[in-house]
Design a protein around this ligand. Structure first.
Ligand code: PEP
Ligand code: MG
Length: 292
């Protein structure tokens, strides 16, 4: 850890216009919380929960998940923690979840689509999240939303889970924000409608760029076309932030672009409210926002 950057650890990222940007960390396991805190994360902007399900023979139980989410929320001490529901499929395969053979896995049974097929897995995760909600500042985020129907359906299933756990005698927070990843062009294009259904958006540029430019994020042969500053991508990002703000909602970003110091001034200009990134980038980003 470079000493000259350490002075930014406890500083807030305030822009020249006096707006505070939340600088959060992306994590994939509870062990990464320590690193996030070491680098001065204002919160967790993306907990990729699929890694809890990987490298094992069976899915984690509801209780096992509850313990993990509770630990993360407690460690973050009331700072915001965005936990994303399972985003299996695409490049993330799991031995005990069969999605069949797909010609285009990134356009296949992935994220929320798979969760709707596997309600057993989805509901046990939602129940664990609801039970853990008392222990901190939980925000639940759904991945791979492409339509208004999907978010309405996801929220309905969440309501069912709420009723179940409350009937079983658990207390849950009445303050849980609900958000979605904006990572599919259709979601960005109808973000005015989607903003009415949620508390926040988090722009997933890794997928949004892939789907907007039709360039496989894993395929090195076309990586020259993978361009975060493609005008089509920038227009979508601006539209998403504007549409969130029109409904009084906040808009963050949790794809790799969130730590691109060359593009951060533009994102700030567009009105981005939160940037979430791998922890080692946090101090540099705080410095750039404070001093340009
Ligand atoms: C994204 O798509 O930008 C994102 C943050 O999600 P993931 O990289 O896990 O697909
Ligand atoms: Mg994604």
């Amino acid at each position: 850890l470079k000493n000259e950057l350490l002075i930014y650890k406890d500083k807030e990222a305030i822009t020249r216009d006096g707006k505070r940007i939340e600088i959060a960390a992306n994590i994939s396991s509870k062990d990464e919380i320590e690193i996030a805190l070491k680098y001065g994360a204002d919160g967790i902007g993306l907990f990729r929960t699929e890694f809890l399900f990987m490298n094992r023979e069976t899915p984690p139980t509801e209780d096992e998940q509850f313990e993990t989410y509770k630990y993360v929320l407690e460690k973050m001490d009331n700072k915001p923690v965005v936990i994303r529901t399972l985003d299996i499929g695409g490049d993330k395969k799991i031995s005990y979840i069969d999605v069949g053979t797909e010609m285009n896995p990134f356009m296949g049974l992935r994220g929320i689509r798979l969760c709707f097929e596997r309600l057993d897995l989805f509901k046990s995760q939602l129940r664990a999240l609801l039970r853990a909600s008392l222990y901190g500042n939980l925000k639940i985020m759904f991945p791979m939303i492409s339509s208004q129907d999907e978010i309405i359906k996801a929220k309905k299933i969440l309501e069912e889970c709420k009723n179940e756990v409350v009937n079983q005698g658990y207390n849950i927070s009445n303050n849980i924000e609900i958000g979605i990843m904006i990572e599919i062009p259709s979601a960005a294009i109808i973000s005015d409608l989607l903003a009415k259904e949620v508390n926040f958006f988090s722009i997933g540029t890794n997928d949004l760029i892939q789907y907007t430019i039709a360039v496989d994020r894993m395929n090195e042969k076309v990586s020259n076309l993978y361009e975060p500053s493609h005008p089509a991508v920038l227009r979508l990002i601006k539209m998403v932030i504007d549409n969130a703000h029109r409904e009084g909602k906040w808009a963050g970003m949790c794809g790799e672009m969130a730590s691109d110091v060359n593009l951060i001034p533009l994102l700030i200009d567009y009105g981005i409210d939160e940037l979430s990134m791998s922890a080692p980038s946090i101090l540099t980003v705080k410095k750039v926002i404070l001093h340009g």
